[in-house]
Ligand binder design. Structure first.
Ligand code: SAM
Length: 276
């Protein structure tokens, strides 16, 4: 049954909040040490390559669905001037605040608890770069509206930079206890997945969790969504590494599917139809 957008985003916020202590136990102590290093960088070379299209030095960056903001902290360490992170989960933003303080970047960073669909107006047109990193499109119940949010946040001439799972990877079900991942879902799946096995994607331990809803996104929806709000495609790369740690065995099979992608889109420097 299809419900309205807020039903899904509220349920997912609760599900992510519920997972936060497990993620903290797996990562936070190490991260609190690591982010003190002025060379700290959690990004892989695919995303670094994509970020090089706009360049980050001196830029104003907002990361949507930033979780504990470790990726945004990395972008700050690469020379960004200002970083704003947004996540619906109060518990993950609290972990992010600890990391920002440990990195001593409070004066240039702000973390905001908000649903991406309900961002404050003061953020409109503020950013050179809108960033999302692995595991965001699949949480969006309304992709066209998500693109309108992104377009609104960007300054004219700003860039949307993405690294995410590949939609073809979403067709697979991860194998349990060493079993191979299996091709199970239609690329054209319309109803959301409803999972109650928890969101512990570090230890991969199932627990009886609150329901989380995720959504199939197709490559044409991703591309046409951006073009539809007036963004221009500047970079697109398909990745053969499981950047999401979702089905790692697929890196080694002969019939290897695409596993991730990076993409960069640019907002025109002046409105379409505008004059010099
Ligand atoms: C897979 S995690 C992203 C992980 C991130 N790339 C990282 O490196 O930590 C997805 C995040 O999206 C957030 N999220 C999901 N739906 C959201 C929404 N509607 N608004 C804001 N945040 C949302 C969740 O709270 C979660 O922290």
């Amino acid at each position: 049954m299809t419900r309205d957008r807020k039903y899904y985003t509220d349920a997912n916020r609760e599900s992510w909040d519920e997972a936060a202590d497990r993620h903290r136990a797996a990562n936070q102590a190490r991260l609190l040490q690591d982010v003190r290093n002025t060379d700290y960088n959690a990004l892989d070379h695919f995303l670094i390559e994509a970020l090089a299209v706009p360049g980050v030095a001196g830029k104003s960056v907002v990361q949507l669905c930033c979780n504990n903001a470790k990726d945004l902290l990395s972008v700050m360490r690469m020379g960004a001037a200002r970083g704003v992170g947004v996540d619906a989960s109060t518990a993950f933003i609290a972990q992010g605040e600890e990391l920002v303080a440990a990195a001593d970047l409070q004066d240039r960073m702000e973390l905001i608890v908000s649903d991406v669909y309900e961002l404050p107006d003061r953020l409109t047109g503020q950013f050179d770069i809108v960033l999302i990193t692995v595991g965001v499109f699949g949480w969006m119940p309304d992709l066209p509206l998500f693109y309108r949010v992104i377009e609104r946040l960007l300054k004219p001439g700003g860039y949307f930079v993405i690294e995410d799972m590949h939609p073809v990877l979403m067709m697979y079900e991860p194998g349990k206890n060493g079993a191979p991942s299996t091709l199970q879902w239609s690329y054209f799946k319309q109803d959301p997945w409803r999972d109650t096995e928890g969101l512990d994607y570090f230890e991969h331990k199932d627990y009886e969790g609150k329901p989380a809803y995720s959504f199939m996104f197709k490559l044409d929806d991703i591309l046409m969504g951006g073009l539809g709000v007036g963004l221009a495609l500047r970079h697109f790369k398909e990745i053969d590494v499981d950047i999401s740690h979702f089905c790692q065995d697929l890196e080694h099979v002969d019939s290897k599917p695409p596993l991730g992608f990076t993409m960069v889109m640019e907002k025109p420097a002046q409105p379409i139809g505008g004059t010099e």
